[in-house]
Design a protein around this ligand. Structure first.
Ligand code: NAD
Length: 270
């Protein structure tokens, strides 16, 4: 039987590919034989990442981008099409929270910095919408391709403090489902759009919220872990099985789903 999960030679774009989760995904997909295109605004990290991948004999390309700039994204698309001639998978992983959009325990909604809230919505929502508009076009032309968005636990049920981030990721969840219908009904069932909703992983974005300077768990961490049936945070590598399933023909009849990867957090009450 052929390997349903095979992604060998697929041209896979990862926006935010230099981030903690993006780098983990890039390493895995390249090791599975995919041609990995890292799109990120951090040229230094991107160049280093592609160098480390090519030294291992993998096929990888870095292109500097801004996921909020359609002109730059269009230029990126031209470069990718010149080199590889097609795009099979788009992973929209650029995103994240910003301190001003978070409401500290001693503050309320009336202290919210609306500019920071807007920036978080821009990055997470429009930073998904714009790359989708640009990179779905070659997929539509070949009637085959898939898009994987990164939502969040905060989209499924609001978390305290992260008002802007939760609203933005909820919009990503909704857009994922919208696009699943849009692409399949207008361009055919070879086009799929799904999302992963990672739970709690300690990364640069949330380290200060989850760990004290001495490495011990903050009160917020303790609350999260008490509400997580697995009783621990996730490791970035634990996203990879779902990622490969969604990127491969193993999920050929799956579109519009948002998969929580969260040690049971979303399913659990008391
Ligand atoms: P990260 O901050 O480590 O990486 C984000 C990457 O996006 C960075 O490399 C950054 O340079 C890039 N980026 C930011 N703005 C950009 C722009 N305008 N154009 C191009 N690139 C830009 O984040 P991460 O922890 O790897 O998270 C990746 C995704 O997963 C994000 O969407 C995040 O919201 C989501 N997520 C993370 C967690 C977590 O626990 N870390 C949980 C749930 C969801």
């Amino acid at each position: 039987m052929s390997n349903l999960f095979c992604i060998k030679d697929r041209v896979i774009i990862i926006t935010g590919g230099c981030g903690v989760l993006g780098t983990c995904m890039a390493n895995h997909l390249a090791s599975e034989g995919a041609k990995v295109v890292i799109l990120d605004r951090n040229a230094k990290l991107g160049t280093e990442l592609v160098q480390s991948l090519t030294e291992k004999g993998y096929d990888a390309l870095f292109l500097e981008t801004d996921v909020l700039n359609k002109e730059i994204l269009e230029q990126n698309k031209q470069n990718i099409m010149q080199k590889y001639g097609r795009i099979d998978v788009l992973i929209n992983a650029a995103g994240g929270n910003m301190p001003g959009a978070t409401i500290a325990p001693d503050k309320t909604i009336f202290d919210l910095q609306i500019d920071a809230f807007k920036k978080v919505v821009d990055l997470n929502l429009f930073g998904t919408v714009l790359p989708t508009m640009v990179f779905a076009e070659p997929m539509v032309n070949t009637k085959k391709g898939c898009i994987i968005n990164i939502s969040s636990e905060s989209a499924l049920r609001p978390l305290t403090r992260v008002a802007g981030y939760g609203a933005a990721k909820a919009a990503v969840t909704n857009f994922t489902k919208y696009m699943a219908g849009e692409l399949a009904t207008k361009f055919g069932p070879g086009l799929r759009v799904n999302a992963m909703a990672p739970g709690f992983f300690i990364t640069e974005q949330n380290r200060d919220l989850l760990l004290n300077p001495d490495g011990s768990h903050t009160d917020r961490s303790k609350t999260i872990l008490a509400h997580t049936p697995f009783g621990r945070f996730g490791e970035p590598e634990e996203l990879l099985g779902t990622l490969q399933w969604l990127a491969s023909d193993a999920s050929a009849f799956v579109t519009g789903v948002v998969v929580p990867i969260d040690g049971g957090f979303d399913s659990f009450s008391i």
